[in-house]
Every structure is written in C-alpha cells, then in structure tokens.
Design a protein around this ligand. Structure first.
Ligand code: PGA
Length: 243
C-alpha cells in the first residue's frame, strides 16, 4: 500500500486523472473500474478536460462501475447510471456499450451478480480500480463485516451510509436501503487499485485502513494485502496518520 499525499481535493483529482490517462495511453482498450459519490467528481472533470484537449481517447476503453442502487430505474436521476452519464460518459467519446453498471432493476439478483462477475472476468479483469472510502471504511458498498471472499452481491446499506447518502435525496426515507455491489474479491483482483480520500471526515477511516489490523470490520484495510494499491490523500484525509 503506497500513500501519496497531496495538498487538497484539486491536487488529488489531478493526480488520479494523470494516472488514469497514462493507463489509457499505454493500453487503449484498458478496463477501468469506476466509482461514484462526491470524491471522484473532480477526477472526472479533469479527464473530460484532457479528452477535450486531445490528450486521451476513450474510444476503446471499457468500464465497470462498483455498484448501483437496488430498485432505482437507470433513467432516474438518483441512479448511478444517470450519475455516470451526466458527470462523465456524456462528455467523452466512450462507446456506451463498453460501460457496465450492475442492473439495479433485475428480477433475478443472483443471475445479475453472476453475469457481472463473468463479464469482468471475460474482459480480462480490471486494470485500474478507483475507489472512494466511506466514513465506516467501506469500499464500493462493502460495509463493515463483509466477507473478503465476496464477489458481486446484494448489500444492505449501513445506517450510517444511508445517512451519508441522504444529502443527495430530498428525504432520508427516499434513500435506497439496498444496492448491488462488486465484492472485495472483484476489487482485489484489479491489477492496480487507487483509493482517493479528501477531507477531515475521512481521516479516521483512512487511519484504520492504513494503520489498523486487516479486518472485515474495516473493509478498506484489505488493501494492505494488494500488491499494487495506492492511497491518494489530501492533507485533511491524511491528518490522523502517524507515519
Ligand atoms: P463520497 O463517498 O465520495 O461521496 O464521500 C465515498 C464512499 O462512500 O465510498
């Protein structure tokens, strides 16, 4: 696990975008694992800027998102599919057929999870997986006490996660309580992992993930076992690290 400390949110976003752009330029049909939430928005903006400047080409890039709410139609503005189109895919030349997000409206959850796992494998696994981190140390929607062997699965969101996500909804009652998420095993199979964290409210989770013991209670701590994992942290998110 390597730590790169940058000054602020903008520095973090730029740093991750540069790593992603290098990957795309090295392998035009690379497989990117993508995240939603507030954290990666700046990185998406940077990548869109680089695309518009002619510095990167997404024509052959393949993407897999970490997760999708269960029971929210994909054209609903709260779905992660909608978020990805609005914040990233609509502004670049990616082939939408190459962008994958779990189907949160499936009638057959087991089959959908199997389909997603198989598709990731078929594409040769993920080259770079981008992650945020929850205040409880979750990655994707892998909440505390997740089994490290998990593949794509249906999750019950933690009370704290529902509360944190309620800032995107009119009422907390509207926040979905379930989601389909890649599992820890899918994430750990990525060739490179980049976890981004910004802001003081992530400092405790970052400290536990980096300096605590490897435990399902802090899902991000599993990254200590990955051979090529980077944490790109701004000063506030890194503020509680002792080293
Ligand atoms: P955030 O979410 O980027 O909106 O803080 C991160 C997460 O919960 O994984």
């Amino acid at each position: 696990m390597r730590i790169i400390k940058v000054k602020d949110y903008q520095g973090m976003s730029k740093k991750v975008a540069i790593i992603m752009a290098s990957q795309i330029n090295m392998k035009s049909d690379c497989v990117l694992g993508l995240a939603t939430g507030d954290t990666p928005l700046g990185m998406y903006n940077e990548l869109v800027y680089m695309y518009k400047e002619g510095l990167i080409d997404f024509k052959d890039v393949i993407t897999f998102n970490l997760d999708e709410y269960y029971g929210i139609p994909k054209d609903n503005s709260q779905s992660y599919k909608y978020y990805m189109n609005k914040n990233f895919f609509n502004h670049i030349n990616i082939d939408l057929e190459n962008t994958h997000i779990p189907n949160g409206m499936t009638d057959d959850i087991e089959e959908e999870c199997r389909r997603y796992d198989n598709l990731i494998k078929k594409m040769g696994n993920i080259d770079i997986q981008v992650l945020g981190i929850g205040r409880n140390g979750h990655i994707g929607f892998n909440e505390p006490d997740i089994q490290f062997e998990s593949c794509t699965h249906l999750v019950e969101l933690d009370e704290g996660t529902v509360k944190a996500n309620s800032r995107f909804f009119d009422n907390i009652e509207d926040v979905p309580k379930k989601a389909i998420s890649m599992g820890i095993k899918n994430i750990m199979h990525a060739k490179k992992i980049i976890l981004m964290a910004s802001g003081e409210e992530k400092a405790d989770a970052v400290k536990k993930a980096v300096e605590g013991s490897i435990s399902p209670e802090v899902p991000a701590s599993v990254l200590q076992l990955h051979p090529d994992a980077y944490l790109i942290l701004d000063e506030a998110a890194a503020s509680k690290l002792s080293k």
